[in-house]
Design a protein around this ligand. Sequence first.
Ligand code: ATP
Length: 315
Amino acid sequence: MKTVYCIGELLIDFVAIKQGNDLSKATEFTKKAGGAPANVACTIAKLGGKSQFIGAIGNDPFGTFLLNVLKENRVDTSLVQRSKTFTTMAFVSLAEDGERGFVFSRGADKKLKYDPTLKKQLQNGIIHLGAATALLGGGLEEAYDRYLFDALTQNTFISFDPNFRKDLWKGEESTFVKKCLRFIEKSHLCKFSKEEAQLISGESDLERACNTIHEIGSPLITLTLGSEGTLVSTPKKKTIVPSIKVRAIDTTGAGDAFIGCLLYQIANIGDPHLILSDYGQLIEMVAMANKAGAITTTGYGAIPSLPDNSMVFGE
Ligand code: ATP
């Protein structure tokens, strides 16, 4: 079983306790571990796989809390960096329709320093770049470029999720799209939401959007569609894999659980690049990943709601 190296941000989500979408009126918040690449690392480890998280947190109590969450979930944290800058925080409102709003206080995550020791470990392995804050600049963005380069020289299977956040890119959407292109160009697998695929491709029709993105690079796209499931796209074939029916109460982290579960399965086939050679097997894997995403929506918060192996793969 291969290790999946998940690189990016780990932060505190202060979630407004009373549902509503107005942070100016919120008075109480609960502290949760957040950060898409960290959620992916936790998913893989909770399913019984091997994952390592690479990111920077502050040398403060919030950083310690986050480190403990990763450790409790059996994620390898040996390359996590502690910075003098405070741990990154997001203040989150959750409206009744599931729409989330953010106020973002960016700290340590952008301070990540490229670590040359990772290069060797990446050989024939799997890297997951769960962008989000990484494309906002700083050491983290520089590290992303260098790890991407290392991955290309090491026959690494490259997975990319842009994790577009409206509130972080208001008025700068074209910069976001431009920054995504170099990762899409080199990735073997891209995970998009409907909005991301439409924004990046400039196409509203989802099949056309996927085809435009295939022309940029990635030969395999999983486009997650919430309760409707996932559109799997290769340049030759497209299939919508339906999700399972659940009573969803909070969709936070569903996409991370989805891609985490897919990568967990890819890490279990001898050569990850072979995922593209058996379409039938790929569709079965996506069905399992849909199940992981769906289960995650049945509880509040991302990490506490992630499924274990028997919940997804048990009879
Ligand atoms: P996020 O950014 O919140 O992590 P996302 O937009 O990336 O989410 P979604 O499409 O919401 O990802 O969810 C990922 C997968 O989880 C879907 O493809 C689907 O299989 C499953 N899923 C999500 N929401 C539901 C739901 N309400 N019912 C059943 N399955 C769901």
